[in-house]
Design a protein. Structure first.
Length: 385
């Protein structure tokens, strides 16, 4: 193929299950690529501001463009935050585009596949999210778990911090004996109910002190959960490492970190048992594959945090296919009736997995009519081509 040049970059925010930012890159070949960035105010502006780094470039130079985008925005924030989210969406769009130009699925561009499908884990809620002060019973958690397993999934995750009822103070990060025992009973109810039919993880959203985290992790050791996630805040590596080393409970973190540089210390100091980046925020497909290989040098598995639309989730599935140490990809939209509508194709999740075919690029097509319906106030719809 002769030279292809990027001609334009556009972005549109939507408000649906989550706020999603879709990215489209246009070429003089008439072929486009579509990506998605993790939400955040102004991400679309950063995406369109990166147009200067891409116009005139050949979209097949994937690694060079990843490098160019990070280098070209280092003064304005490419270490972490929305600049990295913006670049992540651009990188996904470039893999979709380069795949279409070369008639290859995106996983081929990432080095080829280890597996034919990506295992999905379901993010679950035990009760009405509008009543956070209520105490959800262990039985309610177990009922939800059972329903999700009956729907064909063998991997799930619950919030272990959905109520503060047993926490005496909302700010001091301390769990007393009553709070820890309540959480232990939730874990017991779910793991007893699903038995060996599902792997179950529990998320704590950075809420607890090192001491409380260690006591909680120790209290649930007998249930051998899939992982206990983000049990301490993300800033202090030493605290994270001490929690992980103190317990036989599997400890996971990583969704608030950016780029391979941002998780290198976590991995090299073995401060986590499972690393979990959010690909459309972490730096994109190529950067996440780089991070997976770094983690694999330390025999650490990678799961993928994910709150994306079907398009971003499909991009995650391509990453999942092309790394050795993949565990599972999150699906955050069990309660969203519109989630599947955002792509033209049939639902991507089949029997608890996302199968990967041979279609070029991501293999899914954003439904612009649905994007138009849900676009945020003041947004302009990206051009079709
Ligand atoms: Mg989490």
């Amino acid at each position: 193929m002769t030279a292809v040049e990027i001609t334009d970059v556009q972005a549109t925010h939507v408000h649906a299950d989550w706020t999603w930012t879709f990215v489209r890159i246009y070429t003089d070949a008439g072929v486009t690529g579509t990506g998605e960035s993790y939400w955040g105010p102004g991400v679309g502006d950063v995406i369109e501001g990166c147009e200067r780094l891409l116009v005139g470039e050949d979209p097949r130079d994937l690694d060079y463009l990843r490098h160019r985008l990070f280098e070209g925005t280092s003064a304005t924030g490419s270490l972490a935050g929305k600049t990295v989210s913006a670049i992540s969406g651009l990188d996904i769009a470039l893999h979709d585009l380069a795949g279409k130009l070369t008639d290859q699925p995106a996983y081929r561009l990432l080095g080829g596949k280890y597996r034919d499908s990506a295992r999905v884990y379901v993010d679950c809620h035990a009760g009405d999210q509008g009543e956070y002060d209520d105490v959800y019973s262990p039985e309610a958690y177990a009922d939800t778990a059972e329903a999700v397993v009956e729907a064909g999934f063998d991997a799930l995750k619950f919030d272990l911090d959905a109520t503060k009822r047993y926490e005496r103070d909302a700010h001091n990060r301390h769990l007393n004996a009553e709070a820890i025992d309540y959480k232990r009973r939730l874990v017991e109810a779910v793991t007893d109910r699903v038995g060996l039919d599902a792997d179950v993880a529990f998320d704590c959203h950075w809420n607890y002190s090192g001491d409380s985290a260690r006591r909680l992790a120790t209290a649930i050791e007998a249930y051998d959960v899939w992982w206990l996630e983000d049990v301490v805040p993300p800033e202090n590596l030493q605290v994270q490492r001490e929690v992980t080393r103190s317990t036989s409970t599997t400890i996971c973190a990583g969704e608030n970190r950016y780029r391979t540089h941002g998780i290198r210390d976590l991995i090299e100091q073995q401060a986590i048992d499972v690393i979990q980046p959010d690909m459309p925020k972490f730096g994109g497909m190529r950067e996440t594959v780089r991070a997976a290989h770094l983690a694999d040098d330390y025999y650490i598995p990678m799961s993928l945090h994910n709150v994306s639309s079907p398009l971003g989730t499909m991009a995650g599935a391509h990453v999942a296919a092309s790394i050795p140490n993949f565990l599972a990809l999150e699906w955050h939209a069990r309660d969203d009736p519109h989630w599947d509508d955002f792509i033209v194709e049939d639902p991507i999740i089949v029997d608890g997995e996302i199968p990967l075919g041979d279609a070029p690029g991501l293999g899914v097509t954003l439904d612009l009519d649905v994007v138009d319906t849900f676009k945020a106030p003041g947004e302009t719809l990206i051009d079709p081509e």
